[in-house]
Ligand binder design. Structure first.
Ligand SMILES: Nc1ncnc2c1ncn2[C@@H]1O[C@H](COP(=O)(O)OP(=O)(O)OP(=O)(O)O)[C@@H](O)[C@H]1O
Ligand SMILES: [Mg+2]
Length: 347
């Protein structure tokens, strides 16, 4: 299954990214949730503004769809700076990065998305640029090549990564501030849904916003996407108003259940409980049973199921928790782990 085709995928395609632009909060006060990161960042930015110098380089890490790009844009906005956007995969050669760096003006914010995918030579050039505001431009080729040091005006790098663990330590160390974004609480997602509905000109009931929030897997991107599907449903079948009925009906059409599980997630849990008596079972066997690639099950369904406490990874294989059985409307076996009804396997 193509992950981006799923209504609960945390990733976005190009069309969706352009839809998202309209929903992005434009300053820190409008940015919902992530209280700690917001407060810390606010301090970093006000102090820098007070001193009249560009702030430390900022690294934003966390799963897709939680607001890294949004925060990068807010940082530039709050500083009144120009935002320059690029990404690790867009920089094929060190020369590409040199060209970008040498065109920066004082105080610019350089947003480097997916910074963990930067090629090694570009990464080394970035170390120097971040630390000493200097770049060595290589002129000529082969034996006759010479490198000319070029000094850069002070600027701020905002790096974003979904895989902070993949960043080499020397790169990580050059960021003066690191903000880690975490999944959102339902009431925060609800606030985001209400705000987005306002932006989209959709009238939404509070219980409908809550319903969407609770099925959004802690992810604003998914919340905004589900909101658009509910709006569609309300326009086609309802009175255009996103009420609880519209929310429930629309999300039933898209097969997103009360906890945010979709068809694949439920198929995996169901196979685990009914075909393998709750496990343990190997991942590849489980994948074959639901007719998917092993990698799809591992990267698309499993992380959410584990995070929500429906499934557990053990050295002997995957096992279903008591919550998984209950969620499927089944009675958990007495030795199932987790959940109120289950006993404790390891007690
Ligand atoms: N705290 C927030 N408040 C309001 N809206 C938010 C918030 N965080 C994210 N969003 C919305 O969610 C969508 C996705 O956010 P964003 O693009 O910033 O995520 P990301 O972390 O950069 O994801 P990716 O890793 O895929 O690049 C945007 O439409 C954005 O407006
Ligand atoms: Mg992003």
């Amino acid at each position: 299954m193509d992950d981006e085709a799923r209504v609960v995928s945390p990733d976005a395609d190009a069309i969706e990214r352009s839809n998202e632009a309209a929903l992005r909060p434009s300053n820190l006060d409008e940015f919902v949730g992530q209280r700690v990161v917001r407060e810390q960042l606010s301090l970093v930015l006000s102090a820098a503004t007070g001193r009249g110098t560009p702030p430390d380089h900022v690294l934003l890490s966390g799963p897709p769809g939680l607001g890294k790009t949004t925060l990068a844009m807010i940082i530039a906005q709050e500083l009144g700076s120009t935002l320059r956007l690029t990404s690790g995969p867009a920089i094929q050669h060190a020369g590409d990065l040199a060209a970008i760096l040498s065109s920066l003006d004082e105080g610019d914010v350089l947003f480097l998305d997916e910074i963990h995918r930067l090629a090694r030579p570009a990464e080394e050039m970035l170390y120097l640029a971040m630390e000493d505001f200097r770049v060595d431009v290589v002129v000529g080729k082969g034996a006759g090549a010479t490198s000319i040091p070029l000094s850069l005006p002070p600027f701020t790098v905002v790096g974003a990564t979904t895989r902070a663990g993949l960043l080499p330590a020397p790169l990580r160390d050059r960021f003066g501030f690191t903000g880690h974004l975490d999944f959102y609480e339902d009431d925060e997602l609800k606030a985001i849904v209400v705000r987005s509905a306002g932006r989209l000109g959709v009238s939404i009931a509070h219980d409908a916003a809550h319903e969407i929030a609770s099925r959004s897997r802690g992810t604003p991107r998914i919340a905004n996407r589900l909101l658009r599907r509910v709006r569609d449903w309300a326009e086609v079948h309802g009175n255009g108003r996103a009420d609880l009925d519209a929310a429930r009906e629309a999300l039933t059409v898209y097969e997103v259940d009360e906890r945010g599980l979709d068809r694949l997630d439920r198929a995996v849990l169901k196979a685990l409980c009914t075909r393998f008596a709750g496990g343990p079972v190997g991942l590849s066997t489980l994948a074959v049973t639901v007719g998917e690639e092993t990698e799809t099950v591992e990267t698309v369904a499993e992380p959410f199921l584990v995070r929500e406490g429906f499934m557990s990874r053990t050295p002997r294989g995957r096992i279903a928790t008591a919550d998984a059985w209950l969620h499927l409307g089944l009675t958990p076996p007495a030795d199932a782990i987790g959940g109120e009804a289950g006993g404790r396997l390891f007690d």
